[in-house]
Design a binder for this molecule. Structure first.
Ligand SMILES: [Zn+2]
Length: 305
């Protein structure tokens, strides 16, 4: 028998009004992939503007952070309108989603977002330091009504309707199928729920539980990238590089930091729906490509309210 899910007592008021920044914020650093120095700015934006990206000094139309502008690029999420592109946007988007910023213009003087420590913390900190401005319009929501599941050799990912109106993400990480996977990358999972039980998220929930989780790779993957001429400026202190014994020249911020980072990536990727997604998203051994594929299905069966 088909499982029936119902979203009960969905009350728009509990999701609060739209939010932007009080003033401009900036984050400087270099792009992990290109090694180029960049300056990123977060600028306040009016109600219903959404998140958009533009290039410093250019007067072309900003590119909305929406799935239809997503560009395929390995191991990262990118946006393009065909003329300008913005790479490695997921940690920036996760910070904005985590801080519940609905409206913001992201301006950057290069193609790739700064990597900093491989987490969302620098972006999240900059937004909070600038201050968060509550606006008047209600938040835009997408409410999932029917379950959607994608499955393949890669793993599986599903979105389930939320019964209490929560927006939640769960990631199950499992490198046990990979030969010579470090023990620290064996099975772990992490789940976080926003708006559960009819309440606004605890003020520092994203900031303390998700934002600091850093991107990671195995030493074999790192050598491969270096051989290809990529990531030349990144050291094991900038991102988590796992050798057989664990992180090289680095220590974990959480025992399950990798699963937390995958949740961070999901929050960034699913924000390309252009609204707060009211659903329970669960993933097992997935990445940006599967996040985008599931979001495409979600957009087909939901509309913004
Ligand atoms: Zn990431």
């Amino acid at each position: 028998m088909e499982e029936k899910h119902q979203v009960l007592n969905l009350d728009n008021a509990k999701y609060g009004p739209q939010r932007t920044l009080v003033r401009r914020a900036e984050v400087a650093g270099f792009g992990f992939w290109t090694g180029k120095d960049v300056l990123l700015e977060f600028l306040p934006a009016p109600e219903n503007y959404g998140i958009r990206f533009c290039r410093t000094g250019s007067d072309t139309e900003p590119v909305p952070a929406l799935l239809e502008f997503r560009a395929e690029k390995p191991h990262q999420s990118s946006l393009t309108d065909g003329a300008v592109r913005f790479d490695m946007i997921e940690h920036v988007l996760a910070a904005l989603a985590g801080e519940q910023i609905d409206n913001c213009l992201v301006r950057i003087d290069g193609e790739e977002m700064p990597g900093i420590d491989g987490s969302s913390r620098p972006f999240s900190d900059a937004v909070r330091a600038a201050g968060i401005q509550r606006q008047n319009a209600p938040r835009r929501l997408r409410v999932l009504r029917e379950p959607i599941r994608l499955e393949g050799e890669w793993g599986r990912i599903e979105a389930l309707p939320s019964e209490n109106g929560e927006a939640s993400y769960r990631y199950e990480l499992d490198y046990s199928r990979h030969e010579s996977a470090p023990a620290a990358l064996q099975k772990q999972s992490f789940e976080i729920a926003f708006y559960a039980d009819g309440t606004e998220p605890a003020d520092r929930l994203f900031e303390t539980e998700v934002a600091p989780a850093r991107t990671f790779l195995t030493s074999a993957e790192a050598y491969h990238l270096l051989e290809m001429g990529l990531c030349q400026r990144v050291t094991p202190r900038d991102a988590l590089v796992f050798g057989p014994e664990g992180p090289i020249e680095n220590t974990l911020r959480y025992p399950d930091e990798c699963a937390r980072h995958k949740v961070l990536d999901m929050m960034g990727d699913f924000s390309l729906g252009g609204a707060l997604l009211i659903a329970r998203v669960r993933a097992h051994c997935t990445g940006h490509v599967q996040n985008a594929a599931l979001l495409k299905k979600i957009l087909e069966q939901t509309s913004i309210i």
